[in-house]
Design a protein around this ligand. Sequence first.
Ligand code: NDP
Length: 332
Amino acid sequence: MQWALIGASTIASQFMIDAIRAQAGNRVASVLSSSAERGKAYAGEHDIPEAFTDLDEQLAQDVDAVYISTTNEKHFPQAMAAIEAGKHVLCEKPLAMTVEDAITMVRAAEAAGVQFATNHHLRNAGSHLKIKDLIASGRVGKVQAIRVAHAVYLPPHLQGWRIDNPEAGGGVIPDIVVHDADTVRFHLDEDPAEVMAMERADSLGQGVEDSVMSVWQMPSGVTVQTHEGFTIRHAGTGFEVHGTEGSIFARNVMTQQSIGEIRLVTESGQETVPFSDHNLYTRAVGLYVDACAGKGTPAATGVDGVKSLAVAAAVKKSATSGARVAVDYGGI
Ligand code: NDP
């Protein structure tokens, strides 16, 4: 497949260009940037044949799929243009600024017959695939509660629009809560029904929240507690699943790397559970490429992206209103 990168982003340079090139017969044909100079430099640095500043010109080339990793407010118009041009779309999270726009993207892709997916990487991690197996095989019994620790220190090179630009979709809720929502949905195969949240701007956020804690009620009765942040330097990340027969303690697994450890505690004692260390993004792109060829489904579909955004929107609404909020999935 010929790919066009929409956005001269950090995530593409750190992970996604390599993940695309790791797929047999896949090639990065071009990159789009709002700056001709930055686009040209980015193309040169990553050995990409062409750089564009005009999306229509880029889409008019021989391109099968686009990967969108611009700032969040651009995802909707760029995805709609790519769908209209008949391209497959792999879009970064959050899919859009509103649930309504995200649903419009998913419906437009369905109508156009193109493959649309969300780049939620965590459900591709060996650690999370193993946790899902442990839950499904009954090792913890009936799940009662989940605790997610995803408060990190945002590296200085990413302290741009994320901490001071609400119009670009800045803030820790659109950035990280969506990932946690997707991961919880992945493990429990159900969608959060209600949330209660508190947010604040601790030390980095200017006009946006940089810290949030929330509690989610799942339809099965499972309670989920999450903590997302940009300002916590030394906590590490974690994902805990507590059930009637056991508890899973996974450390450093809310990350882009194939790292971390899983400990299972049951009546018979403690064990460390090994898992695959494959690259998360390479797996995600591989499943996406297969889906474009009519084989299987992407790791995280467009509907998954709508639902993670809906949970984040409810968390924001609860944090700003102080009320308990029912998650509105817009009927999808
Ligand atoms: P970046 O800030 O690196 O890139 C976003 C945009 O910022 C680019 O499209 C680019 O605009 C512009 N930009 C980049 N570098 C510069 C610069 N030096 N000066 C001025 N503008 C610049 O964002 P990220 O890569 O961190 O995130 C991009 C998207 O990917 C977001 O939607 C984010 O939520 C998502 N993401 C997803 C991850 C995942 O694991 N799924 C992980 C990280 C991010 P232009 O293209 O016009 O040049």
